[in-house]
Design a binder for this molecule. Structure first.
Ligand SMILES: [Mg+2]
Ligand SMILES: [Zn+2]
Length: 186
């Protein structure tokens, strides 16, 4: 079977406005051009996979059931805009969490590449032909650790806030998902 190209997308600060430990579907707010960018990638055959660290679960701020509702609403909002997500992975863990079950040093929390590698196995993804797009250094490191090309979104939400970019290893810097999609679908 021919392997597919994928775009791995961070959630907070990349698809939706970053709100610390977002814990209600009502807090979801799509970033400008996010759905247009996803649509353009899809049109060119990229698989779209969301990968998000959600340590709020380990920290006891919300549970997995609540996160399901948030992600269902996110999918619905994107689908309404014609942007379909193929799969979504989240890491609920944190080594300093307070919920025993999630208080582990896992292999999925970015910058570790666990979520990307799981998705690659499940969907037959060619990682060298794939991208990770995110707004923080942990995203770029996760991408490097998985062997993907790394695209940093510099929109003032993440570590690349305001006018400075902290030194990190990225291949491209863009302002939003649509700009990223334009670069990789020319
Ligand atoms: Mg982010
Ligand atoms: Zn994890």
């Amino acid at each position: 079977m021919k392997k597919r190209r994928a775009v791995f997308l961070d959630r907070d600060g990349t698809i939706v406005v970053h709100k610390p430990y977002l814990s209600s579907p009502n807090q979801l707010e799509l970033l400008p051009n996010a759905s247009d960018g996803i649509r353009l990638f899809k049109k060119h055959g990229y698989l779209i996979v969301v990968i998000t660290n959600q340590s709020g679960i380990a920290r006891g701020f919300f549970d997995e059931d609540r996160l399901m509702h948030i992600h269902k609403k996110l999918m619905d909002m994107l689908e309404e805009a014609g942007a379909v997500i193929d799969d979504l992975y989240y890491c609920p863990h944190h080594i300093e969490g307070i919920i025993e079950h999630y208080k582990v040093d896992c292999t999925c929390r970015k910058p570790k590449p666990g979520m990307i590698l799981d998705a690659a196995r499940k969907h037959h993804i060619d990682l060298a032909q794939s991208l990770i797009i995110g707004d923080s250094e942990t995203d770029m490191l996760a991408g490097k650790n998985a062997g993907c090309r790394c695209v940093l979104i510099k929109n003032g939400c993440g570590s690349a806030s305001k006018d400075k970019i902290i030194p990190m290893d990225m291949d491209y810097v863009v302002k939003d998902l649509l700009e990223a999609a334009r670069i990789f679908t020319q």
